[in-house]
Ligand binder design. Sequence first.
Ligand code: ZN
Length: 244
Amino acid sequence: MRYAIISDIHSNFEALTAVISGIRNIRADRILCLGDIVGYNAEPNECVDMVRSEDIRCIMGNHDACACGLEEPDDFNSLAMRALLWTSEQLTGVNKDFLWNLPRELRVRNFFLFHGSIHDTNKYIIYRSDALDCFRLLDGLGGGLRLGFFGHTHVRVALRYHREALSGDLSDQVALETDAEYLLNPGSVGQPRDRDPRASFLVYDDEKQSISFHRVDYDIRSCQDKIIRAGLPPRLAERLSLGE
Ligand code: ZN
């Protein structure tokens, strides 16, 4: 089975449609999403509708939790906050209900999906200590789980843990070793922050035990125009061309 794993769509419908057609071209079997369907950009309903109609299995991100009213946006910066208030006004009741009912975490066969860190949607895996804590939590879940997929940072990475040594890998293809554990981030569909503005996703092949990272171009200009027309902060449009 080949799983396409996407994250942090953030109401960028152009990027989402480009990623879905990229995934069709490489014929993945299933699409899974690590949360943050909404926030920042201008088409929240279109993105939630697409996730629902494409039957993408999705977990809840911190922006989803706040946009549907389940959580208060305590640690949002002013840009994120302005977009959040706009988003929650735009979202239909049906789409708010959909976000409200998303699970926080999901176990699929021998791998685990979460948004920020395990048992904490809002926590970022940035530093070495964050990754080590998360590997400990993965072990604690039991059942021989050795792969965790996460989003939230909008930066793609493969972290490997083997015999108490942690290493990072930024290559496009990663062959998974049977005796190592991995935490993998596909990067962001709708707001990449690694200086590459193209939409990002990964494919996990559970027969070959391999990960491949992919980037696709999309119509950034069209997404930016919609941000400006919606009256959202211009900085949200500008950052998309910079990949930050
Ligand atoms: Zn996000």
